[in-house]
Design a protein around this ligand. Structure first.
Ligand code: PLP
Length: 383
């Protein structure tokens, strides 16, 4: 079991930061990599042509280990989830009358792409509603509703692994199986889970997995990673940059224009993906995740959240059953829904950073949290 790793982070003292689902604080190693990147950029003669490629490949390879993807070339470097999903939407083959399955109150980047595709191609957006929160067995039923919603006219199933507002877990192995039976593309937004909850690409078999880098991957803002499976091998990227073309390593020959791309998913990299400040920061962050290991991060978050959830349930708060919520991200709903605003003020007064998402107070611990943070949270939530 890991001990608290607060000393690795640059969080100011006195702040009870329980909000990794909003944005991870920078670890010292990530911050230093960024400063070194800026300094290097000030002296461009130090940036070699091969750095445009090798540093991107390091990032692909580190991420592919986190998600157990066998081929690092299946990982594209993207600036945001909306970008990674726009690539998916650009390559969906569907006919009018088909449907796209999403969840109620899913993160907007994983909804707007589909709303546009539906409008352009005459598809239906099928939003799977959550059963009422207080309902026992809610998550089991919600998962069952997802499976029922997928049918032979489903073109895309686009889900997260955990719901971003309250951490409800989705059984992606079952959903993926159902999507394959119906020949639907299976697209996962891993932003709120990958890095803190194991994600095994070989078992879940998504066609695409898109993750923002700045939350549970501990990286800088404006970075993200996207796995694209075989379904996208001959697809069309959003942009036509020079670096994604075959043999782009050979700078002298760049004007010998060619039609073929670099391997697997590299064609989907964003333009100027070789960012000399952000990529070294992302690499340092992914190295930390691999060093700590995702299961150990998850165990640590579970140890923090178990105490909190037991006490708060006794005080009448509703929290999803432990088996069906992520250990690193959970929503609290007070018995009196009208008290949320007061609680939010009390949390702020006590320097406890959490988020209000939908009607839930979202708590999302990481390795830098300790018993002092838990005490401050429980203290502020005593009504
Ligand atoms: C589930 C989820 N997906 C994606 C994002 C970020 O989306 P984007 O990179 O398009 O800004 C967030 C940010 O909170 C999120 O919670």
């Amino acid at each position: 079991m890991l001990i608290c790793q607060k000393s690795h982070f640059a969080l100011p003292p006195g702040v009870h930061y329980l909000n990794c689902a909003y944005m991870a604080p920078l670890a010292h190693a990530v911050r230093s990599a960024g400063i070194a990147g800026i300094d290097r950029r000030a002296a461009p003669h130090l940036i070699r042509p091969r750095d445009f490629f090798e540093e991107s490949d390091v990032v692909r390879s580190l991420f592919s280990r986190i998600v157990n993807a066998p081929d690092p070339n299946r990982i594209a470097i993207v600036p945001s989830v909306s970008y990674g999903l726009a690539t998916v939407a650009r390559n969906v083959r569907a006919t009018a009358g088909d449907n796209i399955v999403v969840l109620e109150e899913q993160f907007p980047s994983n909804v707007y792409a589909w709303r546009r595709l539906c409008a352009e191609q005459g598809l239906t957006l099928r939003t799977v509603a959550s059963p009422p929160h207080q309902h026992s067995g809610r998550a089991v039923e919600w998962n069952a509703r997802v499976l029922t919603a997928i049918d032979r006219r489903t073109a895309v199933v686009a889900l997260p692994q955990v719901h971003w507002t309250d951490g409800t877990l989705f059984d992606l192995e079952r959903v993926g199986q159902r999507a394959r039976e119906c020949r639907a593309l299976f697209v996962v937004d891993g932003t709120q889970s990958v890095g803190a909850l194991p994600f095994d690409t070989r078992r879940i078999q998504p066609d695409a997995l898109i993750c923002a880098g700045y939350k549970w991957l501990l990286g800088p803002y404006s970075t993200g990673l996207a796995y694209y499976g075989r379904a996208f091998d001959d697809g069309t990227p959003l942009e036509e940059g020079w670096i994604t073309r075959r043999d782009s390593e050979n700078f002298a020959d760049l004007v010998r224009y060619r039609d073929d791309y670099q391997g697997a998913a590299i064609r989907y990299d964003v333009g100027e993906r070789s960012n000399f400040t952000l990529l070294p920061m992302l690499a340092a962050a992914l190295e930390l995740v691999l060093q700590w290991t995702v299961p150990a991060i998850q165990d640590y978050c579970r140890s923090v959240s178990t105490e909190v959830t037991q006490t708060l349930r006794e005080r009448g708060y509703w929290i999803e059953e432990d088996e069906w919520r992520a250990p690193h991200l959970f929503g609290l709903r007070p018995a009196d829904a009208g008290s949320t605003a007061t609680l939010s003020d009390r949390l702020a007064a006590r320097d406890v950073a959490v988020s209000l998402r939908g009607d839930a107070i979202r708590v999302s611990p990481h390795l830098y949290n300790d018993s002092g943070d838990v005490e401050a949270l429980l203290d502020a939530l005593a009504l």
